[in-house]
Ligand binder design. Structure first.
Ligand code: HEC
Length: 694
């Protein structure tokens, strides 16, 4: 195939001319500049398409006049996958994507033909230690013939893009730490960078590490927050940051985990890292005397060669609400007061849209894109938020918008330089935060048991009567251009094109095309299952394709969409590729499925066991659904025969028999605890009048 013809062509040319050509950009050659080339339309080389992370394609074959004719061109069923959240890559006609269990597949980008599959076998590596995180990943990275993959259990791996063979593998954190990786690595300039998540799983001190792309050797590491001053500081930036902390923060780790939001700026040769929230969330615990707590909730600019600090901008000083700044960092050139200015566009969880000068790190403008009841505005003279007094829940519980879901999470924002608009999957949410019942002085998280150090309750009233919207935001005027309300909370990332289109998949399984200037809905496709991944586009053999992974997933996917009737394993996960020339139809959609408890007349519920099980179930609800209503990301336990048989339940829940499929292992649960979970599942399951109650 490619490899063969490339070798042949190279060999012939070397023999004939003695010159080593680049032979039509085959896999394996140097494509450094291409990663920044906005005009390339045949590939999708990086997470956000190019280094700019704009997710803007100059393709115009599909436009506002013909998008209504889009059809399925080809699709690939993925029966063993579930939560699919990743952005595929397309390189030289090959489409690469990562799915459940961090398995990587390479397929022909024009027809689904499988080329290779690589399985990092996460279950073997994590043993019984993993009870945190997820088996899904947001994407891969490509650099000089290698595909980079980061695994649930913290390995960074380089694969040969042509064959899928493992070239090197390195561990990015100690397996005894309660961390995990869901982010796409970032490859650039001979290096590949990765961080991790896990701020809430124990005392956590976040960092990013850069590795040599060729060898996997560590090049540098940068911590997001300072450690114990008695151990000495790693660099001057840590010394400076330590001045913004009080108390014995290092006992709590501090946080800042960089689990998403890595952008390389080839024009300024800077690496930007979006940093995480506090560990724990409550500043009164981690830094009791106050302080900004650098570099939490910031954009950090680092020297890509050495990892040295260059500048930072902190979006939420003294973070106390899970307002991390891990969201996409998008590079743009904006005309501001007649001057072309190199900026960063950033819409973090705290609900303000930031335009930052990327040469200096200085804030240019910031305006709320949702209701922001924690701060009234960002003062441009200081670059700091003007906080509302009650926001810090000092005098009792405080209702604050946005909530921990954020105003915008990792679902990709795109930017279209033609319309000048950014397209944000926005969330309209709030939460009540409280110290009640927490001993601030003695509170301490424990590895793997974790905690956030604050009580959360769902408020009676949310900011709007719909939980989410797609918003088009003008970063120059800092004003909303248009918005389309959405009825489900957790919608996927966006793509925008020169055909004046915006594409977005929704939590309810619809995939839509919008007019990029007006928000008019021009096309709707029913994928039959919640969508969590952003679409990509590319043009091969004269045809513009649009590719999308369909498979409900992500951190809050267990919570949403209970009422839509998607059952784990029943509603097919797929890679669907569309084109104007497509002629395929998907097999008919299975009807909505509302599982009912299995018949088990001999199972007598013991109420006190069930009560104990109810509190333990908090470990499970993120995937199996709160209140035992699963949303399709994991099996519905009331309809599971395994949940009726202690031996089988022990195998799956305690021994980790299904680790490879993304079911964690809980080796420290006793038989008594397992039984109590089974009793609660039975009791609660019998109470649910499904689906009438919904
Ligand atoms: C990170 C997500 C996640 C969490 C957290 C989680 N599970 Fe699961 N669980 C899964 C997935 C995914 C599967 C399906 C695995 C497969 O396909 O075999 C599963 C399968 C199961 C099954 C087998 C169901 C069947 O009939 O096949 C049981 C039982 C189960 N989980 C119980 C639990 C319990 C109890 C907890 C909490 C202590 C828990 N799970 C926490 C994701 C999760």
């Amino acid at each position: 195939m490619y490899k063969f013809s490339v070798q042949y062509c190279v060999l012939t040319l070397i023999l004939l001319t003695g010159w080593f050509p680049s032979c039509n950009k085959p896999v394996g050659t140097d494509r450094e500049q291409d990663l920044a080339d906005e005009s390339n339309t045949s590939d999708w080389l990086a997470y956000g398409r190019t280094h700019s992370e704009r997710r803007f394609s100059p393709l115009t074959d599909i436009d506002t006049s013909n998008v209504s004719r889009l059809q399925v061109d080809w699709f690939l069923d993925l029966p063993r996958d579930h939560a699919l959240v990743s952005t595929p890559l397309v390189i030289d006609g090959i489409l690469y994507f990562t799915g459940t269990g961090n398995v990587v597949r390479a397929v022909d980008a024009t027809n689904s033909k499988a080329l290779w599959t690589y399985d990092p076998e996460i279950a073997k590596e994590i043993g019984n230690h993993r009870k945190v995180g997820w088996s899904h990943s947001r994407g891969l990275s490509y650099y000089r013939g290698k595909i980079f993959l980061a695994t649930w259990d913290g390995r960074l791996q380089a694969l040969d893009a042509g064959s899928g063979k493992l070239i090197w593998s390195t561990r990015t954190f100690d397996l005894n730490k309660p961390w995990f990786i869901t982010g796409a690595p970032k490859a650039f300039k001979g290096k590949v960078v990765i961080g991790n998540g896990g701020t809430e799983q124990g005392p956590s001190r976040g960092y990013v590490t850069a590795y040599d792309a060729e060898t996997g050797q560590q090049a540098w590491r940068f911590y997001m927050v300072p450690g114990n001053p008695a151990d000495g500081f790693e660099n001057e930036a840590m010394r400076m940051a330590a001045g913004t902390w009080t108390g014995e923060w290092w006992k709590h780790g501090g946080g800042g985990n960089a689990w998403h939001g890595f952008t390389y700026d080839p024009e300024l040769d800077l690496l930007y890292i979006g940093t995480g929230n506090g560990s724990p969330w409550n500043r009164k615990i981690r830094s009791p005397g106050g302080g900004d707590n650098l570099f939490l909730s910031s954009i950090l600019a680092l020297d890509p060669d050495t990892g040295e600090y260059r500048w930072h901008y902190q979006t939420t000083p003294g973070e106390s609400w899970d307002y991390n700044s891990n969201m996409d960092i998008v590079l743009a050139d904006l005309m501001l007061e007649g001057i072309k200015t190199k900026v960063i566009l950033h819409a973090p969880k705290n609900g303000f849209f930031y335009v930052i000068n990327r040469e200096t790190g200085k804030l240019i403008s910031a305006k709320p894109f949702v209701e922001t009841s924690w701060a009234s505005e960002i003062d441009l003279s200081t670059g700091r938020p003007v906080e509302i007094a009650a926001a810090r829940y000092v005098q009792g519980p405080g209702y604050v918008t946005p909530g921990p879901h954020g105003a915008h999470s990792w679902h990709a924002m795109s930017f279209n330089p033609i319309t000048g608009l950014a397209y944000i999957p926005s969330i309209h949410d709030g939460n009540v935060y409280s110290d009640q019942g927490i001993d601030l002085a003695s509170w301490q998280a424990v590895d793997f048991k974790g905690g956030i150090g604050v009580g959360l309750t769902t408020p009676e009233k949310l900011p709007r009567d719909y939980p989410a919207s797609l918003q088009a935001w003008d970063p120059v005027t800092q004003k909303l251009a248009w918005s389309v309300p959405q009825q489900e909370l957790w919608n996927a990332g966006t793509l925008t094109t020169a055909g004046k289109l915006v594409f977005q998949g929704r939590a309810d399984g619809k995939f839509l095309a919008y007019h990029a200037s007006t928000g008019e809905i021009l096309w709707t496709f029913d994928a039959g299952l919640g969508i969590s991944a952003p679409p990509i586009t590319y043009k091969l053999k004269g045809r513009q394709y649009l590719a999308l992974l369909v498979g409900w997933g992500g951190a809050f996917a267990g919570v949403g969409n209970k009422a839509l009737g998607w059952e784990y394993g029943k509603h097919m996960r797929r890679l669907i590729v569309f084109s104007l020339e497509g002629k395929k139809a998907l097999p008919p959609l299975p009807p909505p499925y509302f599982p009912v408890p299995l018949d088990a007349p001999d199972f007598e519920v013991n109420d006190s066991l069930a009560k104990a099980g109810q509190s333990l179930y908090g470990k499970c609800s993120g995937c199996h659904g709160p209140g035992l209503l699963a949303a399709g990301m994991a099996p519905d336990l009331k309809a599971s025969a395994i949940a009726l048989n202690l031996d089988l339940f022990r195998l799956v829940v305690q021994k980790g028999e299904r680790l490879n499929m993304g079911m964690p292992a809980y080796p420290d649960l006793t038989d008594e605890q397992l039984l109590s979970l089974m009793h609660w599942i039975r009791k609660k399951g019998n109470e649910i009048l499904y689906p009438k109650e919904l």
